[in-house]
Design a protein around this ligand. Sequence first.
Ligand SMILES: NC(=O)c1ccc[n+]([C@@H]2O[C@H](COP(=O)([O-])OP(=O)(O)OC[C@H]3O[C@@H](n4cnc5c(N)ncnc54)[C@H](O)[C@@H]3O)[C@@H](O)[C@H]2O)c1
Length: 217
Amino acid sequence: MQDQPKIPQATAKRLPLYYRFLKNLHASGKQRVSSAELSEAVKVDSATIRRDFSYFGALGKKGYGYNVHYLITFFRKTLDQDELTKVALIGVGNLGTAFLHYNFLKNNNTKIEMAFDVSNEKVGSEIGDVPVYHMDELERFLEVEDIQVAILTVPAPVAQSITDRLVSSDIKGILNFTPARLNVPSHIRVHHIDLAVELQTLVYFLKHYGAAEEIQI
Ligand SMILES: NC(=O)c1ccc[n+]([C@@H]2O[C@H](COP(=O)([O-])OP(=O)(O)OC[C@H]3O[C@@H](n4cnc5c(N)ncnc54)[C@H](O)[C@@H]3O)[C@@H](O)[C@H]2O)c1
């Protein structure tokens, strides 16, 4: 990863999308793919795909397309798919429970190793094979299991204080599903996912641009 040139963030965000599709292609025995085929499948325009792939040193040949095996090997390395990233989920309510039932490993090498809550009904249980521990044990387990990423699905009012604990525990990244805006030091990365905002954006685009094109991330 270190010896690769830095890829623009917008391109990096599309990598998992490409990777998932290419893995399916590979599994079905396909050895090459054109940017037009890829474009149709992942709904990213082919000029963007060609530009993205040029960052990876993958230069498609006219009339041949891209070598699927080469791309998969590249993506696996770039996305650190050879290494398992362990994740902790905090807040086993409606949203958190749904995530625990979802098998992330199917698509890539991230795994929710453990979950935390304060509710006596949840603590001590296992949901989707993931053990739920009490928040009192947070720091201890994060350290023992070397967890680097946390998903926050707790009520907004407790999000910041939990984040402070995560920061002290050397967590590197937080996927924040709560509406709270989190304050973190600059070496911690927070990605915020808000369904309400996404929906509003969709409705706005439908009104102003129609349904013709998918908005690229
Ligand atoms: N991002 C989105 O698109 C989206 C969608 C729905 C909900 N949400 C947000 O996600 C969060 C969870 O929503 P939900 O519907 O699952 O709520 P929920 O009330 O069903 O679940 C919250 C869970 O957090 C636990 N909890 C409370 N205080 C805690 C603490 N101090 N430490 C650890 N766990 C604690 C509760 O026991 C409960 O199990 C909320 O902040 C909600 O606003 C986001």
